[in-house]
Design a protein around this ligand. Structure first.
Ligand SMILES: [Zn+2]
Ligand SMILES: [Zn+2]
Length: 261
């Protein structure tokens, strides 16, 4: 009897996806002894994916604004190419908060760390296609944003051989692992600069922290002549002027949070 009561409560708890519940399962709250709970985190992220897009974005952005520094510390202490902190970083990697954070000194070595963990992981060949998809997707984003200059030659060599292998194994599957291993391979193989077509992808990811946030306005930080103004609250959205800031507010307000960094 007590078993069914507690499992019912557990089920209720899993169904209720909040910024705080995700932080708990990542091992960020609950004190010194708090451990990450990868299985519960994956369940909650799966449930969140079935919710309206606006709610997903709100939770991802609020989580990023509040917990990125703490998540980065847990990530540093973790090991292997796949763990709870890495999965959560990957999920929020599209947010303006993440793009801004990885440019700061606190997050500037993300690509090098993830590259090293992926390079030296002996179990990589035994992983399934979805796991490899997640690992290569996250590494691809980091290589695109941070480049390859922080990665050692040994790690590059080991990674290139893995990416080549995965690229060939997953060719034609149409799964994340196919495109993502191709992306990692192309970015690692390049001695300098970005391979053809990759600048647009990078621009698209960085647009959230470089371009005016009003719909249809393409003014960017480096080409606008004058500095774009920053949203005072989130320090992550930019506007070419108060008119566009006002225009964007109805859609921006649900992802605008005061960051802890
Ligand atoms: Zn504008
Ligand atoms: Zn804002």
């Amino acid at each position: 009897m007590s078993f069914s009561v507690s499992s019912h409560e557990e089920l209720q708890a899993i169904m209720n996806v909040t910024v705080e519940s995700l932080a708990g399962f990542c091992g960020l709250t609950g004190g010194e002894d708090q451990q990450a709970d990868y299985r519960s985190l994956m369940q909650q992220l799966g449930i969140l994916q079935t919710r309206p897009m606006a709610l997903q974005k709100k939770i991802h952005n609020e989580f990023a604004a509040k917990y990125l520094p703490a998540l980065m510390s847990v990530y540093r202490e973790s090991s292997g190419p796949l763990n709870a902190a890495m999965t959560m970083l990957n999920v929020i990697s599209y947010t303006a908060y993440f793009v801004r954070f990885q440019r700061s000194s606190a997050g500037s070595d993300l690509a090098a760390i993830q590259a090293h963990r992926t390079a030296i992981d002996p179990a990589s060949t035994l992983l399934d296609i979805d796991t490899i998809g997640e690992i290569t997707q996250f590494l691809g984003t980091l290589l695109l944003l941070q480049g390859t200059s922080g990665i050692t030659e040994d790690d590059k060599k080991a990674l290139l051989s893995k990416m080549n292998k995965w690229k060939n194994i997953y060719r034609g599957t149409g799964r994340v692992a196919e495109k993502a291993s191709e992306r990692c391979n192309a970015l690692l193989a390049r001695k300098s600069g970005l391979p053809a077509g990759y600048k647009d992808v990078k621009d698209h990811i960085e647009q959230v922290v470089e371009q005016c946030g009003a719909e249809g306005c393409s003014r960017r930080q480096q080409t606008s002549g004058s500095e774009l103004m920053q949203c005072a609250r989130c320090k992550s959205a930019l506007y070419c002027g108060t008119a566009h800031q006002k225009q964007a507010w109805p859609s921006h307000k649900s992802t605008c949070f005061a960051p802890t960094f």
